[in-house]
Design a protein around this ligand. Structure first.
Ligand code: AMP
Length: 504
């Protein structure tokens, strides 16, 4: 199917063509006709599927009847309202809207917290047909009477599951109470959990059109997952450094579960000469956008992020993600790995775990319905421990050829067998097997995957023990955990003294 077959207004079609889109993605092909027809739609789709265009294009089309070039704000009331859980997602939707509306007279604006309200207020006062907002800041504007929602005819709740996770339900309720009862409502969510269905019942037509598609951005053919077991949490930072260098990662998002962990890891990486920065909720919006820009421009190699900050980020062709912590919620694992392997590009999703995270790994495996395998990433003990090592006592990095360093010795290429596609990436999300698994006590983890390695180079306290050769045994691993033969590949890690950061 070609975009022109959808019957979109020529002005919108022109922008779509300029964006380089030729045919609609599955969610677009399914949702656009219904939305153009004015129906309520509930869509199960994640970032990466083209869902933003799936709702923004038909909304623009529907609002074309109101497009005008009058300077009077009264001629530009808010008619379309898009609510998103995070600032980054709101900003991305807005950027897309602006792009698609280039050749129309429709105006759009975005409002989110963490930014000065005044420029937002000015944009609202001038009048916009389309407003993208995070719930809290939208209500701030309503309270300040800089915003009137009485003429909204289309409402979108994007990433509704995340909005519920983030406790936005009362805000959503308040906002919806300000909208005309007669309106078109659209809800997009990664999953259709019972809570989402309940939300849809409250805010949508009794029988909304349901469209479900899998992510187009990750398939068994183009996404490789590997799970590494390390001996202590302290060694995870060293493991990240190792993986970034060994895998020659030029652009990677590393996910941490905490904001403090994100900042600390970024500092540690910078100290090791890796261009890194952190993005999390404690950073100002300006800082977050600037960091994201530097990452997109390849000035930052490692972007350390928390789930909320990373949610909805669309970074084209991100080659890899690393889970520094196993996420608290198994669905976050799916969201995280969905950042890579997009649009047919190959992707690498690496995860680090310590023994105490076994339970959470099992939850992920239960959700995916597979075993992830566990490669041992044991770190070689430091040659000499010096807790306050100064960076001035080593030669500049550029003076040491990488190949000369045992810690960066290239690994023998590992041949990865072609594996069958896993339905998780093309079948609509179905949480029934996760429920079944949790009812049955979670995923069973192969016993061999849990066995400890006799050559462990750390003692019980996580401190360095005597130097020893290191083995990265792979009892079971690979794409979606399909078991492979053990790989005797050895990894030498941490030949340099371990660094104890002042804040660790
Ligand atoms: P989204 O899922 O909305 O975050 O979109 C993911 C990416 O896909 C964005 O970079 C879009 O610009 C791009 N995209 C959306 N629709 C299409 C399409 N029909 N063809 C090619 N790329 C698209």
């Amino acid at each position: 199917m070609h975009f022109s077959e959808l019957g979109l207004d020529p002005a919108i079609l022109k922008a779509v063509t300029e964006a380089g889109y030729e045919s609609p993605t599955p969610i677009q092909a399914q949702a656009i006709p219904h939305i153009m027809a004015g129906l309520d739609v509930m869509g199960a789709a994640q970032t990466g599927t083209g869902k933003t265009a799936a709702f923004t294009l038909p909304i623009l089309h529907r609002l074309m009847a109101h497009a005008n070039t009058s300077a009077s704000p009264a001629r530009h009331p808010v008619r379309g309202l898009v609510l998103a859980p995070t600032r980054e997602l709101a900003d991305q939707i807005y950027q897309n809207l602006q792009q698609y509306a280039t050749y129309t007279a429709l105006r759009s604006a975005v409002v989110f917290g963490g930014m000065d309200m005044n420029p937002q207020t000015q944009a609202l006062r001038a009048g916009v047909e389309l407003l993208v907002a995070t719930p809290g800041r939208l209500l701030d504007h309503v309270q300040q009477k800089t915003l009137n929602l009485s003429q909204v005819s289309i409402l979108v709740l994007d990433e509704a599951d995340r909005m519920l996770d983030m406790g936005f339900l009362p805000d959503l309720q308040r906002i919806v109470n300000l909208l005309p009862a007669s309106r078109q409502s659209l809800l997009f969510s990664a999953t259709f959990s019972p809570e989402i269905r309940k939300l849809a019942k409250t805010f949508l037509d009794e029988k909304p059109i349901t469209v479900e598609v899998a992510r187009r951005n990750a398939t068994a053919e183009n996404l490789t997952q590997r799970l590494y077991r390390v001996d202590s949490p302290e060694l995870k930072r060293q493991a990240v450094i190792h993986l970034v260098r060994e895998e020659k990662l030029a652009q990677v998002i590393v996910f941490t579960n905490t904001k403090i962990g994100a900042s600390r890891l970024a500092r540690e990486l910078i100290r090791e000469g890796i261009a890194a920065d952190a993005i999390h909720g404690d950073k100002s919006q300006g800082e977050r956008l600037a960091t994201l820009e530097r990452f997109k421009n390849n000035e930052v190699v490692v972007l350390v992020a928390t789930d909320v900050a990373a949610r909805g980020l669309d970074i084209a062709e991100l080659p890899a993600v690393i889970n520094f912590d196993v996420p608290q919620s198994p669905e976050d694992y799916v969201h995280r790995i969905g950042r890579t392997g997009r649009a047919g590009a190959s992707g690498l999703a690496l995860s680090l775990m310590v023994a105490s995270e076994e339970r959470r790994v099992a939850d992920v495996e239960a959700l995916l319905g597979i075993s992830l395998g566990r490669e041992r990433l044991a770190l070689m003990a430091p040659v000499h421990s010096s807790p306050s090592r100064s960076t001035s006592d080593r030669p500049p990095r550029s003076a040491v050829p990488r190949s000369a360093s045992p810690s960066s010795r290239p690994l023998a290429p590992v041949k990865r067998p072609a594996l069958p596609a896993d339905p998780i990436f093309y079948a609509p999300y179905d949480d029934s097997h996760a429920k079944k698994a949790s009812a049955a006590g979670g995923a069973s983890v192969p016993a061999d995957a849990l066995q400890s390695n006799a050559s462990t180079a750390t003692d019980g306290g996580g401190q360095a023990a005597a130097p020893s050769p290191v083995a990265a045994a792979r009892p079971s691993s690979g794409l979606f955990g399909i078991r492979r033969a053990a790989n005797p590949k050895s990894v030498l890690l941490g030949a340099k003294p371990s660094i104890k950061s002042a804040d660790s």
